[in-house]
Design a protein around this ligand. Structure first.
Ligand SMILES: [Zn+2]
Ligand SMILES: [Zn+2]
Length: 335
């Protein structure tokens, strides 16, 4: 147990030191200044070449998103994730050792050139994330967390990192085993993270980015805007799930760009009831659950859904026909 506590404290102290060093020592290998620099570059593009001409330079929720950006990129890791994930990895390896497994690596790519390894990680990770993103839309309790990202009403680069911190936990947890099974010969994937960060910023930016035939490979603002559309094709939980690459959406029939209209309505049904501030948004999935899933809770309690008093029903969100929604966009129903 002492080992796990030590790991937690090490993770905590180590990250605090790391964050301080990041801010105090600008360098080319520094996430803090890359985030700042990329944000300024993409914001300048939005100001110089706006796709929606009537959108403000400081758009609706700009500062909220700026806070999310800083929180998700740095503070959340500082507060808990880094320390807790260190403990979980040690505990997980100990558990595997109980079964005689001391090495997860199944495929070795260490002999390949560095750039090939970077490209491999980029593509494999993007495909895993595409699948996780689909789960966030498909599984009702995960969707409650992902709603934070879909509550963006006016799209802009800073919206890229508006998401609930639980998404970090879900993505990292699911990625961990498949990536640990690949034996990379390098452990510095800084470039991959920065490249993905740049693409994510651009996909959310208020700019028009025609990619020509490359649109079948890379995601774009025109494509990702439809991911955020309130209206979705009947019978789907979402479209255009791509994070950096659009390739998976084209390969698996999830691509949907009916027009290049920049002014489509964004969000999800009943968004007016969704909280507007940081704290109320991050606590939202855990509170007032009974108001969102009244029929499920009552069914669990052995009561019929229609036995709920009318007075209560008027205060609740419209009811779903099935636990997974009515087939459209999750009642209606990533990144
Ligand atoms: Zn999404
Ligand atoms: Zn998005």
């Amino acid at each position: 147990m002492d080992k796990y506590i030590g790991e937690f404290l090490n993770g905590y102290a180590g990250y605090f030191q790391y964050l301080r060093d990041e801010i105090l020592h600008p360098s080319w290998h520094n996430y803090f200044y890359w985030l700042l620099g990329l944000s300024l570059v993409v914001w300048s593009l939005e100001i110089l070449f706006p796709w929606r001409k009537n959108q403000g330079i400081i758009r609706h929720d700009f500062w909220l998103d700026a806070f999310y950006m800083f929180f998700n990129f740095f503070l959340f890791s500082l507060v808990a994730y880094n320390a807790v994930s260190g403990v979980v990895v040690v505990a997980f390896n100990d558990l595997l050792a109980q079964f005689g497994i001391t090495n997860l690596v199944a495929i070795r790519v260490a002999a390949l050139p560095v750039w090939t390894q970077l490209a491999l990680l980029f593509v494999i990770r993007d495909f895993i994330q595409w699948n996780v993103h689909r789960l966030l839309h498909r599984v009702p309790w995960l969707w409650e967390f992902h709603k934070v990202h879909h509550s963006i009403e006016e799209m802009g680069f800073a919206g890229h990192l508006r998401y609930h911190w639980m998404e970090t936990v879900v993505y990292r947890t699911i990625e961990y085993i498949p990536l640990a099974m690949i034996g990379f010969g390098i452990d510095d994937f800084f470039m991959v993270h920065i490249f993905a960060l740049a693409i994510g910023h651009l996909n959310h930016a208020n700019i028009y980015l025609p990619l020509g035939p490359l649109k079948y490979v890379f995601n774009s603002p025109q494509m990702h805007l439809w991911h955020h559309a309130e209206e979705l094709p009947e019978g789907t939980y979402g479209v255009n799930y791509g994070i950096s690459l659009s390739l998976w959406d084209y390969l698996f029939g999830k691509a949907y760009i009916p027009s290049e209209d920049s002014g489509i309505k964004l969000g999800f049904q009943n968004m007016a009831q969704f909280p507007k501030t940081f704290w109320s948004q991050v606590t939202y999935p855990w509170i007032h659950k009974h108001e969102r899933y009244p029929e499920q809770l009552e069914t669990l309690a052995g009561r019929q859904p229609y036995s709920r008093p009318r007075a209560i029903r008027t205060r609740t969100a419209p009811r779903r026909k099935t636990p997974l929604g009515t087939g459209g966009r999750r009642g209606h129903e990533t990144h």
